[in-house]
Design a protein around this ligand. Sequence first.
Ligand code: HMG
Length: 392
Amino acid sequence: MSNAGIDRISFYTPRYCLDLKLLAEAREVEWEKYSIGIGQDVMGLPPPDEDVVTMAASAAKPILDAVGAEDIELLLFATESGVDQSKSAGMFFHGLLGLPSRCRVVEMKQACYAGTLALRLAALMVADSPGKKALVLCSDIARYDLGSPGEPTQGCGAIAMLVSADPSILVLDDECGVHAEDVMDFWRPNYRDEALVDGKYSTRIYQACLREAWSQYAALSGRTVSDFAHFCYHIPFTNMALKAHDRLLKGAGVTEGRRELVEQAVGQSLGYNRLTGNTYTASLYEGLTCLLDTSAEPLDGKRLGLFSYGSGAVGEFFSGTVVPGYRRSLFGDAHRSLLDTRTALTVAEYEDIFNLCLPSDGWDYSFSQYRTGPFRLSGVKEHKRLYEVAAL
Ligand code: HMG
């Protein structure tokens, strides 16, 4: 049994957003469908000079500024919005942040699930080499076709987690329940920038994976739903997480007061996602960050249940216990200020940015400077992506 887990957790989302009221008006849909039916208020948007590398770097910078990079011997970069078929996004990150040369780097993919396997592998590595650290990055841009049912669930963001043998925030439990099944609920062929999805089917597969993963976890651990103070879910849109927990409680035989129980268990983790949209690999951990940052009730010593889901599909239910004194290690003020100071776009500006894809014709290209975090993609030269520290 190890004590390994999350030592620091930091979130970043780009500086542009679209109020979904404006999108509802433009698509001639009732606003309540987005705000109540789907459970989203605002969508985050990356400018052309940000991508998964710059978002992950901006998420990780506060952690590296606080604790240094010397002991990091493993860097796992989870994404389904990769920027190169061969070189991992983590290698660009390694250069941009100046990580030690004795650090293994790899990119991992299984839709929104990959960050969870990265976290578990990182925990195994640090448990085996106490004193050494691992950095897990989850960074994604969720894009669907303009005007499609998935459009209001788009979003973008990154999470950086420092993993250590003696963590300050969350000790992971050993038990987990896993369910994998080859299905086509959501996918993105190499020739497309936008995902394809069988929307209603995807929500059913999500629930089926949760049911299987939870029952395996419950059998292995002997725990029941009442052993958890809160639950964090993968959040493609916030209502999905609420419905998932309702189904979990129903399966556990809870017949009365489920609406209140669901709100109490899951509600506090949803605030950031309502404002950013789906952040794919980062979304579960964005929910966890939101819970830790914003819970008025102290969570010291409390057990949390976590459900990770990646289409295609893999679901994993796992858990952890919040470390006493965790609040000292959070970056809550920075997260709040990031979300409060974004530039709100019109629908026409959003569509312009959406359509401004990186040219694939091989010509050299430089990007105008938009509002970014501390790092930006300055352009492409001889087919090579060029990153730089942004002039803020
Ligand atoms: P849709 O078909 O346009 O929506 O898209 P709908 O007609 O089903 O309406 C949605 C909800 O709004 C319904 O509630 C309506 O009743 C309600 P529900 O029946 O679900 O409880 N509604 C209203 N409520 C209040 N006032 C109104 C109103 N009008 C309607 N006026 C869909 C919905 C989720 C299919 C779509 O957004 C979509 O395709 N999204 C993308 C796929 C997705 O997010 N799937 C989730 C599970 S898969 C997953 O989580 C993995 C993923 O993150 C990718 C990865 O793993 O990499 C996506």
